[in-house]
Design a protein around this ligand. Structure first.
Ligand SMILES: [Zn+2]
Length: 297
């Protein structure tokens, strides 16, 4: 298996700083669209129509007032018509998403896997912000994401190479030499989905039986089906471990600060799972190597 590598420079004739600038600007524009997704999908509204309006005065937002990040700054965070404040979340999502895309470009490089990794990031950013606000991870995002990843698992080995998937170099996929690579890739993806979604579902069920509390939503499980299918079983477990660790730390802080100790605080776990998944995609292999090198004799 050979990894297809061709640089941004050799294709476009531009130095790669232009690649970074382009990815940042494109990431900000897509981030602006994600703001619409984050706002409308939980309300079951169309993400295409109508055009954006000020939530206070219903004034249509003109294209020149809809430039990602820049317009919010130029307007001083206020609606041009009624001067009511516009949430800092809008430019924050655009900036965060643009920077995460730059990180992906730096990590993946300019190769066929780049669009898959960028879509992965956009889906997770949308899900995390929706979970933060509405405590749900909508099926209309998690299911198509899972199907998308399974298609990529089949198409990429046929069109390019199976080596884009981290798990193909490890047990058990590495031992599946006798079968066509696209079948091995799909099976490895399904194994990753079981590791990501299935293990999380088991933990939730066990918790429910033991404590009688429905601690985890099925949305988290569905999100981790797609994440696990793309990252493979090793990075799926790492995502859950990192997410649970971050969730526990933040959870303890939240509960410690809370005045009414009896109150059951619901924490949107999808935020932490999403963060764990992003960290796994970007640094998972290095983290596992470091862990094995440091703690396994
Ligand atoms: Zn207004």
């Amino acid at each position: 298996m050979t990894l297809l590598l061709f640089s941004f420079e050799s294709i476009t004739g531009l130095p790669s700083i232009h690649g970074y600038i382009f990815i940042f600007l494109f990431g900000a524009v897509v981030g602006s669209f994600l703001n619409v997704v984050i706002h409308r999908v939980p309300l079951e509204q169309s993400i295409v129509f109508p055009n954006s309006k000020c939530p206070k005065c219903d004034a249509a937002i003109e294209p020149y007032d809809n430039v990602p990040i820049f317009s919010w700054l130029a307007l001083g965070g206020k609606c041009r018509a009624c001067k009511s404040p516009i949430s800092v979340r809008y430019p924050a999502v655009e900036l965060l998403h643009a920077l995460l895309w730059v990180l992906i470009f730096w990590h993946v490089g300019f190769n066929p896997f780049l669009p898959v990794a960028l879509i992965f990031m956009s889906v997770l950013v949308s899900l995390m912000f929706i979970d933060a606000e509405h405590m749900i991870l909508p099926n209309v995002i998690t299911y198509p994401f899972f199907v998308f990843v399974l298609i990529v698992r089949v198409v990429y080995p046929l069109a390019f190479s199976g080596s884009y998937f981290a798990d193909m170099a490890y047990w058990p996929a590495a031992t599946w030499n006798s079968m066509p690579v696209w079948i091995a890739s799909l099976l490895a993806g399904l194994l990753g989905a079981v590791a990501g979604g299935g293990s999380l579902w088991l933990v939730g069920e066990a918790w429910k039986r033991l404590r009688g509390v429905d601690a985890m939503g099925l949305g988290d499980v569905k999100m981790m089906l797609g994440v696990g299918a793309l990252l493979g079983w090793r990075l799926a477990f790492l995502s859950i471990f990192l997410g649970a660790f971050a969730g526990a730390v933040i959870g303890i802080i939240v509960i410690a600060k809370q005045k009414d100790k009896d109150l059951q605080t619901q924490i949107p776990f999808g935020i932490f799972l999403g963060t764990g998944s992003i960290l796994s995609l970007l640094f998972g292999e290095q983290l596992i190597s470091w862990y094995i090198g440091t703690f396994v004799p």
